[in-house]
Write a protein that binds this ligand. Structure first.
Ligand SMILES: Cc1cc2nc3c(=O)[nH]c(=O)nc-3n(C[C@H](O)[C@H](O)[C@H](O)COP(=O)(O)OP(=O)(O)OC[C@H]3O[C@@H](n4cnc5c(N)ncnc54)[C@H](O)[C@@H]3O)c2cc1C
Length: 321
């Protein structure tokens, strides 16, 4: 019987697939087992050919971006894990007085922000501290407080379920808070175009400083984590009455609810609810995906009992522990 590795190496002899690759080294949380096969790929035509091959032969394939919003199962992942590293950046034209830039899904979001500022453009400054790559930011519609990256997305090029490259305009991406159609369809995000207005470098630097300071004051940045484990919670009359300080907001910060429930520093194994930002779980050393799962269940159950609120996860599970 031919192995998965043989199938891939026969079809793509020029690519170096790695067997049993330790995925914890590629994620911010530093948990999880190996990928059966692992490959990093930057070249557009090769990415398309590989995705088509998986679709045609019904081979399992998981896309990894920067690995900052995923929890990999302890037992690892079957099939191919494909990390996109296409990181081109270019200015492609003008639209309604704005500049359209194009960037590869594998471009680091922070680098994208820097490049737009260097090009004299404004809009993305607050996304400077969002770890990971543009593909992951599009997948989850990355946000900074109320600002969503979808507000700047012009269109997105994907590989659809029949293996063709296709551009989708902003509306077709079905962006919402922490959501996009890609979470439903499993389409591969190849690159995106964003529309940005002309800016002043000094103003951009001020915004960056503000956002960076806010992050360092409110987030446990020195420890492995996946950022917020939970989405913020949609507001409702009960929460508005209980927490009038958030009455005008559409969402109540989940970190606030977890803190109010007295859960800071709660621990399962080496995974801990951060005392700096209670929606963050941090890995104190040898944390496992199964510890994260247990801690998620515990936090959800206590918050539900105290406030009647169902917390929803913001992170994505790759495989189940
Ligand atoms: C310290 C810290 C701070 C954070 N702060 C923020 C914040 O302020 N705002 C915010 O929104 N998020 C934040 N996050 C979460 C995370 O950084 C973002 O959601 C980020 O955009 C994820 O991108 P990524 O490339 O790392 O995605 P990954 O973690 O690699 O992947 C996430 C999901 O997207 C899918 N995916 C990735 N790339 C593609 C692609 N090209 N095509 C199809 N599917 C793809 C993956 O399969 C996976 O399901 C933070 C995380 C950390 C660790």
């Amino acid at each position: 019987m031919t192995t998965l590795q043989e199938q891939f190496t026969t079809a793509f002899p020029h690519l170096s697939f790695q067997l049993n690759y330790p995925l914890a080294t590629k994620t911010y949380f530093k948990v999880g087992g190996p990928a059966e096969l692992y490959l990093e790929l930057a070249e557009r035509e090769q990415i398309i050919a590989l995705v088509q091959f998986c679709q045609k032969n019904q081979l399992p394939m998981i896309i990894l971006g920067g690995g900052s919003n995923v929890i990999v199962a302890d037992k690892g992942l079957d099939g191919l894990v494909l990390k996109l590293t296409n990181s081109d950046f270019s200015i492609v034209g003008k639209q309604n007085n704005e500049t359209i830039i194009r960037a590869g899904a594998g471009l680091r979001t922070t680098l994208l922000v820097r490049k737009t500022i260097d090009a004299g453009l404004t809009g993305l400054e607050y996304f400077l501290g969002v770890p990971g790559n543009l593909g992951g930011a599009v997948f989850n519609n990355a946000h900074y407080l109320q600002d969503l990256i979808s507000e700047y997305i012009w269109r997105v090029e994907i590989i659809n379920k029949t293996g063709e490259a296709e551009w989708l305009d902003n509306k077709e991406c079905e962006f919402g808070y922490d959501s996009s159609r890609f979470q439903r369809t499993g389409e591969v995000i190849l690159q995106a175009e964003l529309h940005l207005s002309a800016g002043l470098a000094e103003e951009s630097q001020k915004l960056i400083k503000q956002a960076t300071l806010y992050r360092s004051e409110t987030q446990p940045l020195g420890l492995p984590s996946s950022g917020c484990i939970f989405q913020n919670t949609p507001n409702n009359p009960e929460l508005q009455k209980r927490f009038p300080q958030f009455a005008e907001r559409s969402h109540v910060p989940s970190g606030f609810l977890i803190d109010q429930a007295g859960l800071k520093n709660t621990r399962e194994g080496d995974i801990e609810v951060s005392d700096k930002h209670a929606a963050f779980f941090v890995n104190r050393g040898k944390g496992r995906a199964s510890d994260i799962q247990k801690l998620i269940e515990r936090v959800k159950s206590v918050v539900k009992d105290k406030f009647g609120v169902e917390l929803r996860e913001e992170v994505f599970w790759l495989g189940k522990s």
